[in-house]
Design a protein around this ligand. Structure first.
Ligand SMILES: *Cc1c(COP(=O)(O)O)cnc(C)c1O
Length: 391
């Protein structure tokens, strides 16, 4: 095996496009100089397109969790009644942050592997009218569920005056997101997943309603005070030294996404999901989530007749293919394939083909090529859909 060859198919960090790697090696520039202003001026309109917003998308240095914490400290205060919709371990994280800050945390616990239903949110909010903020995970990375953000946002605003905060870390940039049209009040994402960058940046945008709450919020905060970022970004600047190398990379990522077109980026992710799921079905290996709830960025697989940890170890050792395991009570019970960011249908075919070898190696009775063929068929059908005469 080539020791330096890695196939990183986990839900972040994800592989970096070579042109983005090159962009990040540019010589350092002054963070208060004209070059940084121009860099931010080029970046911000494109980030807004990805968020689907006219609001500023603030860029903070820190991992995705920093963005989640920023959302909590800017729009909630001590003893606020908040509802956290928990569909997996990232919903749990939102609840932990809210608890750490002394919020009065209500949780709507959904079976891990299922998406939340808008009716469940309606009932909860009607029974608990004191709730001021609702926290929701868009793609629940621990299970591979894509929660119906648009429908939940509509419901939250229909039955309550609460603000809706959405964690989009493992899908924004790979899945359609329309913050303004859908009525998301705070949207957070990170750099190392569908955004094709190394870890280190988090992006946070707030609606007019959320900004109004922020302005009068007595909660103490300094580095995470979003108002400071909002004001500075109006002059194409950041309040503190930004992660300049990552901004160089971000500019190139945004160029790549624009070149492919967001519509095609979103289609590619849906296609990769459908290929992966078709392969598992053909191999008779159960999926954790229902088709309707499945995220275009990550797929969870729940085998019944082999140990997922053994499979993960074998493909890692044999091919340098890294897959993710399960979290919390799903540890040792599932494995997850990340297909987001710098990942193509070609990568999916490779992953499935390698997995089939891994399955044989751990003694599972599979017919080689069955999963790959099913994924290929989904791919070929998609070409037919795009242009009937072309294939
Ligand atoms: C990865 C991820 C995060 C952020 O995790 P960090 O390790 O802090 O970057 C937050 N939410 C979701 C849904 C994620 O997948």
């Amino acid at each position: 095996m080539l020791k330096d060859q890695h196939f990183l198919r986990i839900p972040g960090p994800t592989p970096i496009p070579p042109s983005v790697e090159r962009a990040m090696t540019q010589p350092m520039i002054g963070h208060r100089g004209q070059e940084t202003k121009e860099l931010l001026a080029q970046i911000t309109p494109k980030l807004k397109n990805i968020f689907g917003t006219k609001q500023q998308v603030n860029i903070l240095s820190g991992s995705g969790t920093a963005g989640l914490e920023a959302a909590v400290v800017n729009i909630t205060k001590e003893n606020d009644d908040v509802l956290v919709i928990v569909t997996g371990s990232f919903g749990d994280r939102f609840a932990k942050i809210c608890n750490a800050y002394g919020r009065n945390v209500h949780t709507l616990e959904i079976n891990w592997g299922d998406a939340v239903n808008p009716e469940q949110v309606k009932t909860y909010l009607e029974q608990n009218p004191s709730i001021q903020t609702v926290f929701l995970t868009y793609c629940e990375t621990s299970t591979g569920v894509l929660n119906p953000v648009q429908a939940i946002a509509e419901m939250v605003h229909k039955v309550s005056g609460a603000l809706l905060v959405v964690d989009g870390v493992s899908c924004v940039g790979g899945v359609e997101t329309r913050m303004d049209d859908w009525g998301i009040d705070v949207l957070v994402t990170g750099s190392q997943k569908a955004m094709m960058l190394p870890p280190g940046l988090t992006f946070v945008a707030a609606s007019e309603r959320a900004k109004k709450v922020m302005r009068t919020n007595p909660q103490a905060r300094f580095y995470f005070n979003l108002q400071t970022y909002e004001e500075k970004l109006q002059e194409n600047a950041t309040p503190y030294t930004p992660a300049i190398s990552l901004l160089f990379g971000l500019k190139q990522v945004l160029h790549l996404l624009e070149e492919e077109t967001l519509l095609e980026v979103y289609r590619r992710h849906v296609l990769m999901r459908d290929m992966t799921r078709a392969a598992m079905k053909a191999l008779h290996i159960p999926l954790l989530t229902a088709d309707d709830d499945a995220s275009p960025t990550i797929t969870s697989i729940q085998p019944t007749d082999f140990d997922p940890e053994q499979l993960r170890n074998v493909v890692k050792e044999e091919f340098g293919l890294t897959l993710a395991g399960g979290q919390n009570h799903l540890k040792g019970k599932i494995f997850r394939i990340g297909h987001m960011g710098y990942c193509s249908p070609a990568d999916v075919l490779q992953t499935i083909s390698l997995l089939e070898v891994g399955l044989k190696k751990i003694g599972k009775n599979v017919e080689l090529g069955t999963g790959t063929a099913a994924a290929q068929a989904v791919y070929i059908k998609s070409i037919g859909k795009k242009d009937e005469n072309d294939f």
